[in-house]
Write a protein that binds this ligand. Structure first.
Ligand code: ZN
Length: 302
C-alpha cells in the first residue's frame, strides 16, 4: 500500500462527494460519515471493508477500528455510546482515517493486533503516536474542507464564537473542533484556550499569533487564567459570548478581545482571544514552537 498524506486522502474523498452531491453540499447538511465509512471502504477495498459502525460502552476510549479474525479482514468502527452527534462524527471520521491510512499495521505490527483503540485526547487533539495525529488531520479535512470553510470565513477575517458556532453546525462537529480548524488556516492573530476551574487544559494559537509571540508557555504544568478573564468572572452567558475588550497586561502586553463559553458537554470553558493587526512578516522558523500547548500533558500520562 502506498503511503498517503492524511490531507490528500481526505481531499480525494471530498472531491468525489463534491462531484456526486455538488459543491454546495454543506448547505444541505454535514458529511454523513457513518454511511460514508461503509460505502467508501466497500469501493476501495471490496473484499475487506468496514461492515459496521456501532455504538458501544467503551470505557477510557473514544472510538476504535477493529478487525475480525478471519481473512480477508472484516472491519468495524465502534464509537462511545455517550457521545453527542458532533463528537460521534469526529470519532467515526478519525477511525475511517485509520482504515484509509493505517490498516495494514494490523498485519504488520504486533502492537496493532487488536486494531486501533483511541483515547479522547487522540481523537480530539491527535495526542499520542504519529498515527493519531494523522487520523485527526484526516478527520478535520474530511469534515471541514478548507475551500468551503474559507468561503464562509475568509482567512483574513476574525471570527467570533457566534460564527464559529455556525461553522460547527454546518460541519456537524463540536465548537472546539470547528475553532481548532479555523485557527489552522486563519491569517489573523487569535488563540483558543480550554480551561476547567480557571486552569488551562490546552491552548492553541493561529500561526500569525504564534509568530508575534502570542502563545501560552508550558514551563509549569499549570497555567492559571488571569483573574479578569471571562472564564473566571461571573458575567452572564450572553455577555461572555459577546465578549469584552481586555486591557494590555491582562493576557499579554497588548490588549485582546476576549470571548468565552461553556462547551457542548459543559465540561470546560472555551476562551477565544483576538488581537489587532498583523504578525511580523518574517521570523526565523526555528523560533517557532508548536502552536499547540497541552498543559497536564494530555495523552502521555501513565
Ligand atoms: Zn486513533
Amino acid at each position: 500500500m502506498t503511503i498517503k498524506s492524511p490531507r490528500s486522502a481526505a481531499n480525494n474523498i471530498s472531491l468525489v462527494l463534491n462531484t456526486v452531491l455538488g459543491n454546495d453540499r454543506f448547505d444541505r447538511g454535514p458529511v454523513n460519515v457513518g454511511e460514508l465509512a461503509l460505502e467508501y471502504t466497500r469501493q476501495i477495498s471490496p473484499h475487506s471493508h468496514i461492515e459496521q459502525v456501532v455504538a458501544r460502552d467503551l470505557p477510557g476510549c473514544e472510538g476504535a477500528l477493529v478487525p475480525g479474525d478471519t481473512k480477508p479482514r472484516r472491519w468495524a468502527i465502534m464509537h462511545d455510546r455517550k457521545q453527542n452527534a458532533g463528537r460521534r462524527a469526529y470519532t467515526i471520521a478519525h477511525e475511517l482515517g485509520h482504515f484509509v491510512l493505517h490498516r495494514q499495521l494490523v498485519d504488520e505490527d504486533p502492537d496493532f493486533d487488536g486494531g486501533f483503540h483511541c483515547t479522547k485526547e487522540a481523537v480530539e487533539h491527535g495526542a499520542g503516536r504519529d498515527i493519531e495525529k494523522e487520523a485527526n488531520e484526516f478527520a478535520a479535512n474530511l469534515l471541514m474542507p478548507l475551500d468551503d470553510y474559507r468561503r464562509r470565513i475568509p482567512s483574513d477575517q476574525l471570527a467570533g464564537l457566534d460564527r464559529l458556532g455556525d461553522a460547527s453546525d454546518r460541519y456537524g462537529v463540536s465548537l472546539t473542533a470547528a475553532t481548532l480548524r479555523w485557527l489552522e488556516y486563519t491569517t489573523t492573530r487569535a488563540m483558543a484556550i480550554a480551561s476547567v476551574d480557571g486552569f488551562a487544559l490546552w491552548a492553541k494559537s493561529s500561526e500569525a499569533a504564534l509568530k508575534s509571540g502570542r502563545f501560552l508557555r508550558t514551563k509549569s504544568d499549570l497555567f492559571e487564567l488571569p483573574a479578569a478573564s471571562l472564564a473566571i468572572s461571573k458575567l452572564s452567558r450572553d455577555e461572555s459570548l459577546e465578549g469584552i475588550q481586555q486591557k494590555a497586561g491582562v493576557w499579554f502586553p497588548e490588549p485582546a478581545f476576549e470571548m468565552s463559553m461553556r462547551t457542548d458537554r459543559y465540561d470546560f470553558e472555551l476562551t477565544l482571544l483576538h488581537f489587532e493587526g498583523k504578525a511580523p512578516a518574517y521570523q526565523d522558523e526555528d523560533d517557532f514552537q508548536d502552536s499547540y500547548t497541552q498543559f497536564f500533558r494530555l495523552g502521555t500520562r501513565a
